[in-house]
Design a protein around this ligand. Structure first.
Ligand SMILES: [Zn+2]
Length: 375
């Protein structure tokens, strides 16, 4: 079943996976028939059900807030968010592009676990407050559960292995220390495999002494290794190193940016030809779609569904985002306006137009920021 959109928050569509509905009701069932009666026995079945539903809603709200934290920080880094999809123990925020700096990657990755740990702490504080309350006897177990589940969620996500947030934090750190995105990715992938095998070893070693822990450890190891088996280290070279084309002069004044040729596409170009472009400029994330030097739209190269025979002949214009105000700037406008537009449009780059409205350049956020800091 395809994920369905249920609502929007901060302009971000929130979707649920087909399996999620089943999980939602199973969660209500476990909380209201096992957990709550075990904690506070002797109450009416309806009361357990009402509070079980409330707990489940708050639990999934917590997951949503975790993903929202990732998304809102990503947006501040100039990355557009396509949607958030909720699954069992987490969600996925689909970003328009990868962060272009280690700092950006770190901030986006750490935001989720920070939100979960913070929420967990808040719920536990509320539990303390309700512990002495005898008027509503089910409030304490609810906040106890929500507090710990959020702390577990936040802590688990900090595990230094892909695809968890901790893996991204580790990569950001290595990327920051070495300056090599690809190497950082490959080292993190290797370490993630060690974590996976270590987890399996841990499960085997504790099989007789702590079977419950052993089972979850084995389960985590298998899950991690099966995910890592699908990721090839070489693929990571497709991730952006620096989005700036190699020939661009980062420290040069803006006028020189226009002298540099930039990658662009015609609206009618078949999408199959984009693959050539992507191979030629592996660090290029997006490009303007131009006809007769007029801007038609921007194209996110990373999000194109390539290698599919049905999409091969489809023209590029079907995949581009039609031109909007935030896609371009006047070449005479101040640089901070360029930066603002590149942040706002979600592409992290902008087309530069001359006085006649003709496209004379395509500049990305990193170029602008580097220029601004060096000035
Ligand atoms: Zn996360």
């Amino acid at each position: 079943m395809k994920p369905r959109q249920i609502f929007q928050i901060f302009g971000i569509p929130v979707r649920v996976d087909g399996s999620w509905v089943l999980i939602f009701f199973t969660y209500i069932w476990i909380i209201s028939t096992v957990y709550l009666p075990g904690f506070t026995p002797g109450l009416s079945r309806w009361l357990y059900f009402v509070f079980g539903t409330l707990t489940t809603i708050l639990f999934f709200t917590s997951i949503l807030l975790h993903e929202l934290a990732h998304s809102l920080v990503a947006r501040r880094e100039g990355i557009r968010i396509h949607h958030i999809t909720l699954y069992l123990f987490g969600g996925i925020a689909r970003l328009n592009r990868e962060p272009s700096t280690p700092k950006g990657e770190f901030l986006i990755a750490v935001a989720g676990p920070a939100a979960s740990l913070g929420l967990g702490g808040c719920f536990l504080l509320v539990e303390l407050g309700t512990a002495s309350s005898h008027t509503v006897p089910l409030l304490q177990p609810i906040f106890h559960h929500l507090g710990w589940i959020n702390i577990i969620l936040g802590g688990f996500n900090l595990f230094p292995a892909f695809p968890l947030d901790g893996g991204r934090i580790l990569r950001a750190f290595l990327w920051f220390r070495t300056g090599h995105h690809t190497n950082a990715t490959n080292v993190t992938l290797t370490l993630s495999k060690w974590v996976g095998w270590g987890s399996l070893g841990c499960g085997v070693a504790t099989w007789t002494s702590a079977p419950q822990f052993a089972l979850s450890s084995l389960f985590f190891g298998v899950l991690l290794l099966s995910f890592l088996a699908t990721v090839k280290p070489t693929e990571s070279t497709a991730l952006p190193l620096t989005p700036a084309p190699p020939e661009s002069h980062l420290a040069a004044p803006p006028a020189k940016w226009f002298a540099t040729t930039f990658v662009s596409l015609e609206p009618e170009t078949p999408v199959s030809e984009v693959e050539v472009l992507r191979k030629q400029f592996p660090t290029c994330q997006s490009c303007p779609v131009i006809h007769n030097q007029r801007l038609y739209g921007l194209l996110n190269l990373k999000a194109l569904p390539l290698n599919g025979s049905t999409t091969g002949t489809t023209p590029v214009r079907e995949f581009m985002e039609p031109v909007q105000e935030s896609f371009f700037v006047d070449s005479r406008s101040p640089l901070h306006q360029w930066e603002a537009a590149a942040l706002r449009n979600g592409f992290g780059a902008i087309a530069v137009l001359d006085a006649d409205g003709l496209v004379v350049g395509f500049v990305n956020l990193e170029q602008i920021r580097l220029y601004l800091t060096e000035k």
